[in-house]
Ligand binder design. Structure first.
Ligand code: 3PG
Length: 211
């Protein structure tokens, strides 16, 4: 299991979502994020060509950590790994997804939104989870509260995180990193303004360095 993923996240605690239906575009988005200093990318399985996008990004940037997001079942997890994913992110907690990741000695960040789900994740041996949708279920305060009971758990809040809230999340000691789509706005992608994506990545790292 690559612990370099977590060490990278400790230095640059931001995980941008890459969503595209076009492998070339996914590579261009990823290039812009890498230029902005973000080396951990989550290609989300939300389009018909998502697996092709994942594979294209993983092949184009073998030194980056390219994971698959929105992985909903074991079959998708297996397929994502076959297409080059080096970590798996899910919106919820699913045994099948977690087991496939474990079998492949791969990091998995399943989503939790309640203490019960978090306790299940903890009892599955996980020590890092996604908190989703973080902004809706309680934000930094909720993560702080959960952390007092689950002292060895780390969190990746996602869902509603943006430049205005990033620092508050990162100020919580148990927050490993924040994920989100704010770094890859659809309008910037549609207009080919990849410079905007690089700028947003840099801005996020400046906020993170102060948090
Ligand atoms: C995710 O899958 O992590 C979320 O959809 C991201 O949420 P956001 O679009 O609010 O950043």
């Amino acid at each position: 299991m690559s612990d370099s993923l977590f060490s990278i996240l400790r230095g640059a605690p931001v995980v941008p979502l890459v969503q595209s239906d076009d492998p070339e575009e996914a590579v261009a988005i990823s290039k812009a994020l890498l230029a902005g200093g973000l080396n951990v990318l989550e290609v989300v399985l939300r389009t018909d060509k998502a697996f092709e996008c994942l594979e294209a990004v993983a092949k184009a940037y073998p030194a980056a950590h390219v994971g698959a997001g929105t992985v909903l079942n074991a079959e998708q997890a297996r397929k994502a790994i076959d297409h080059g994913a080096t970590f798996i992110v899910s919106p919820g907690l699913d045994d099948g997804v977690v087991n496939v990741a474990k079998e492949n000695k791969m990091h998995v960040l399943p989503g939790i939104a309640t203490a019960t789900e978090l306790q299940r994740a903890w009892n599955m041996g996980l020590r890092a989870v996604k908190c989703f949708p973080a902004g809706v279920v309680g934000g930094p305060k909720m993560i702080k509260a959960l952390s007092s009971a689950f002292r060895d758990m780390e969190f990746m809040p996602t869902g509603g995180v943006n430049p205005n809230t990033l620092a508050d999340y990162l100020a919580v000691p148990s927050v490993l990193a924040c994920g989100g789509s704010w770094l890859t706005p659809k309008d910037a992608i549609a207009s080919g303004d990849f410079g905007k994506i690089t700028e947003l990545a840099k801005e996020a790292l400046v906020i993170a360095s102060k948090a």
